[in-house]
Design a protein around this ligand. Sequence first.
Ligand code: NDP
Length: 254
Amino acid sequence: MNFLAAFSLANETALITGGGSGIGLAIAEAMHSAGAQVVLVGRRETELAKAVERLGERAHYLVHDVTQFQQAPDLAQRAQAQFGPITSLVNNAGIHLKKPALETSTDEFQKVLDTHVLGAHALTCALAPAMVERKHGTVLFTASMASLFGIPKVIAYTAAKSAYVGIVKGLATELSADGVRVNAIAPGWIETEMSRKALDGDPTRKQKILGRTPMACLGQPEDIGWAAVYLVSPASKFITGVTLPVDGGASIGF
Ligand code: NDP
């Protein structure tokens, strides 16, 4: 295989949840520029429409709330009817909840788990069977530093993102022999709306983050986008079941 073929996503169609903003949009942009058709999924139509307009041809959107689990098969059906086989699912949609653990209500906890864990599971169940049948596909999750070490005041988020590490391994053992690879990216601190909300007004936390990041800066959404292209492309065809930190060294820093 030559270099271009190894990293090309031509003839691939990726459905990216949370694709209308932040990291999801950066993943969409990178995959799109590698040749993929992309289908962005989220709840806010205006955000999605703006993103699709920016991307141009081979970009589409579908409005869907990932916590409406029972509608996942319908989303899969609509996507494949309009855009052909989905060869890559990127479970990226997420919400943040910053609160001390002992003040986090079960309802708040449940909402975070519903969005990240059960929403991703429902869509995986809706889309992966066809990938297995075609013996070709990838499922990618957006994990977090909270998947890898303890961070205060994000208990529900930590539970959700830690679950991804196990889900990726478990799914990989079930699907990989059928040509469907399952991996995650654990982004370090990346400059997006979500991280701005979490860090604005908390300079101590921001300083702590930069202090433990060997590269001493926040990452850019495109850093995650290019890693996603790699993990979905034939260049990584022998990689499955891993959670790849893309973090400027934050997960190994002191
Ligand atoms: P954004 O807030 O920009 O992105 C979150 C996206 O998820 C939005 O596009 C939102 O769209 C979508 N979303 C949220 N809830 C739902 C839902 N119920 N159904 C469908 N879509 C939903 O933040 P980021 O780009 O930063 O976050 C993207 C992912 O990256 C998340 O999983 C986050 O946990 C993870 N992450 C972010 C890091 C960072 O530093 N920024 C670090 C590590 C991980 P809409 O509101 O229109 O539904």
